[in-house]
Design a protein around this ligand. Structure first.
Ligand code: UDP
Ligand code: MG
Length: 335
């Protein structure tokens, strides 16, 4: 079931601008990061073809970003490109990760609207038509929102739930829950994203940060069409850390308050001991409490240093000002 829900209705002037003054054709860029996806590329293109087949108003451009695949993905893409002049293939010099691949693709895409989409058909291409409808209504961003996460394992659902809870508690802006990278963005939004200078890019956060008038279309996320997921638990954990540190300094600042509380508690405890000695005389037992206090504080301090390390490491890498990715070659279609 696919339903549509509207939020903050757009101004009518935008509405008129898009549906009346601009020609009915719309140029759409799909940005598709691919990493070892030789089995899925063909399935993906077939599905996309079926979606746009009888829609001459949609002028399609498909930007594949080959993220250092070690299988036959690039050969397949170039093979398809020989028959299909809508395909552009960006070949990165190695695997830079999905975030970098997406960023690079979005900088190269030319469409009036840009849609980042996974190649494994977990982001149903049919939804793009609904998104375009919403865009014509005057929205700048149309998010695809999963209504149920049945296809994810319980561990992934649980950890995702916690991630959103913690992130949205400590960070600004709020990331909408159950929304991935699959969305439609107006050119103005894409330009805004392309101008953000950081090289370590947590896309979900950046998408939320730029704002703009946003609405949702709901969908049920299907299983992967073929192949297997490229994100293991360790990669997801690091992805979550990236998210939490990208948009919040809460975990850096919390130590000031924790430290103050500990200092206050130890001051009170010291006063208590002094009073007790004055009233009842010298008393030395307390080995256990001493040891517990020392190890507890030691652990707490190491945690604090670790968190500073997380941020320092990221600042260090960002300070190098390296590009997000390196492009080996852009294969443009032959007209
Ligand atoms: N991907 C990529 N680089 C990577 C990992 C993944 O470009 O290092 C692409 C992958 O080919 C797919 C999309 O990102 O098109 C989503 O990956 P996947 O389906 O493995 O993630 P999941 O859906 O399991 O979160
Ligand atoms: Mg997938």
């Amino acid at each position: 079931m696919i339903t549509t829900q509207l939020r903050t209705p757009p101004r009518s002037s935008d509405n008129e601008e898009r549906s009346v003054n601009i020609s009915p054709t719309i140029s759409v860029s799909l940005v598709v990061p691919v990493y070892n996806e030789a089995e899925t590329v063909g399935l993906f293109l077939d599905r996309v073809d079926r979606v746009v087949a009888d829609k001459p108003v949609v002028q399609l451009e498909v930007v594949f970003v080959n993220d250092g695949s070690s299988d036959a993905t690039l050969d397949r893409l170039l093979e398809y490109q020989r028959r299909d002049s809508r395909l552009r293939v960006v070949d990165l010099s190695r695997n830079f990760g999905k975030e970098a691949a997406l960023t690079t693709g979005m900088r190269i895409a030319k469409g009036q609207v840009v849609v980042p989409i996974d190649v494994d058909l977990q982001d149903p291409p049919e939804l793009i038509l609904e998104m375009i409808e919403q865009w014509r209504e005057g929205y700048d961003v149309v998010l695809a929102r999963r209504v149920v996460r049945d296809t994810d394992s319980w561990a992934k659902r649980l950890s995702a739930g916690w991630f959103y809870r913690v992130h949205n508690w400590i960070a600004e802006p709020v990331i909408p829950e159950n929304v991935g990278d699959f969305r439609l963005m107006d050119r103005t939004v894409v330009e805004a994203l392309n101008e953000l200078p950081e090289s370590r890019r947590f896309m979900k956060g950046l998408f939320a940060w730029v704002g703009f008038r946003t609405t949702f279309v709901d969908y049920v996320r299907p299983e992967r069409a073929a192949g297997s997921t490229k994100f293991n638990s360790w990669r997801l954990w690091n992805f979550a850390l990236e998210g939490l540190t990208s948009f919040s300094t809460f975990s850096l600042r919390i130590w000031t308050y924790l430290g103050s509380m500990m200092a206050l508690a130890s001051f009170l405890y010291a006063s208590f001991i002094i009073l007790r000695v004055l009233l009842f005389g010298v008393d030395t037992p307390g080995y256990a409490s001493l040891l517990v206090t020392i190890t507890f504080l030691g652990g707490l301090q190491l945690m604090g240093i670790g968190i500073i390390g997380e941020y320092l490491g990221r600042t260090y890498l960002e300070a190098k000002r390296r590009p997000v990715s390196l492009v080996r070659h852009i294969y443009e279609p032959k007209e």
